[in-house]
Write a protein that binds this ligand. Structure first.
Ligand code: TRP
Length: 329
């Protein structure tokens, strides 16, 4: 049997080239080697307030971007978290075995809570819901960025604690984060990972940005005070631009060096922009085809949920039995 992979993306903010190069592209490559489930985690999104209309459209947009990236819904289950109620059910059961102390150490909770006037309890429980997402499917592999490492560690701790309290129930997912492609940094601040929740207009190139916007953002990217590319002393901004070019073009290191050594930053930026645009154009065309086919996306999501539901339901039933809850015979 193939090992199972599970990963999730929140349908908030705009997916950008960092999400594509660092995650989606890798998911597409591994989808044939594993039994893969890719989930749009809308219940995680509502741990902070979301405009309902906007959330509704972002869920479909995110699903369409998964497919435009090359995730094949015949191989991988593409599904929305809230359409499989077992996620919420298992989250509650796991909440009962998760010490509050573990949750209060989560750095992402502290960072997000600081920005909220009132902090919903869901934001505190966020990592338990994430653990439920993963453990529900007995996923062995969870391809996520290193910003999720602490949540993944908590998932392991919760699984182990449950297993020791009630007997072997959950597969404990690997901690080793699979290498997930390029790590793309913010264009405006190359020391920070490119992020969906960064507000700055020049921070990220969104996957759906039109060519003119992409050009403008890349031409304004932060570099350093040198005039031209010097491979013996690359600043973080220039290195980031070169990484983006290399990740899209697939060029070898030697080819990169001989082409870009000594190139003025203005020319480098123009070439990076054109490389990004040439890859995003066909991508955006696929996206528009997907969203303009009536009923197609809904069908994919319905099918994804239907395929994973039996796995999810049988895990919840097992957990209930283990804990002594009533399961009708
Ligand atoms: N917390 C993850 C993020 O913000 C999203 C997520 C929710 C997730 N559930 C998951 C990722 C389960 C992997 C597996 O990136």
């Amino acid at each position: 049997m193939k090992a199972r992979v599970f990963s999730g993306v929140q349908p908030s903010g705009n997916l950008h080239i960092g999400n594509y190069l660092g995650a989606l592209k890798n998911w597409v490559i591994i989808q044939h080697d594993y039994e893969s489930i890719y989930c749009i985690v809308d219940m995680h999104a509502v741990t902070v307030y979301q405009q309902p209309e906007e959330l509704r459209s972002k869920i479909l947009e995110t699903a369409a971007l998964f497919l435009a990236s090359g995730i094949d819904p015949k191989h991988s289950a593409v599904m929305v978290q809230s359409s499989v109620p077992a996620h919420a059910e298992l989250a509650w059961l796991l909440t009962c075995v998760t010490p509050m102390g573990w949750l209060s150490r989560m750095t992402q909770f502290k960072a997000k809570a600081e920005k909220q006037e009132t902090v919903g309890d869901g934001l505190f429980q966020y990592p338990v819901l994430m653990a439920a997402d993963i453990l529900l499917y007995q996923a062995a592999i969870v391809p996520v960025g290193d910003d999720q490492a602490q949540h993944l560690e908590l998932t392991r701790d919760v699984a182990q604690r449950f297993n020791s309290l009630y007997g072997d129930t959950f597969v404990v997912p690997e901690t080793k984060l699979p290498t997930v492609g390029a790590r793309v940094m913010g264009l405006d601040d190359p020391l920070k990972k490119m992020s969906k929740s960064e507000p700055g207009a020049g921070h990220a190139v969104a996957l759906l940005d039109p060519p003119g916007v992409i050009r403008k953002k890349i031409l304004r990217a932060t570099t350093d005070s040198q005039p031209a590319v010097d491979y013996s002393a690359l600043g973080p901004g220039v290195e980031n631009l070169l990484n983006i070019f290399q990740a899209f073009s697939g060029w070898a290191d030697g080819q990169m060096q001989s082409h870009f050594s000594g190139m003025r930053y203005g020319d480098l930026k123009k070439q990076v922009a054109e490389m990004v645009i040439s890859h995003l154009e066909p991508f955006q065309k696929r996206y528009h085809e997907i969203v303009s086919e009536p009923g197609y996306l809904d069908g994919v999501l319905r099918d994804g949920a239907a395929r994973v539901s039996p796995i999810a339901n049988s895990t919840v039933e097992l957990v209930k039995r283990r804990m002594g809850l009533y399961v009708p015979s």
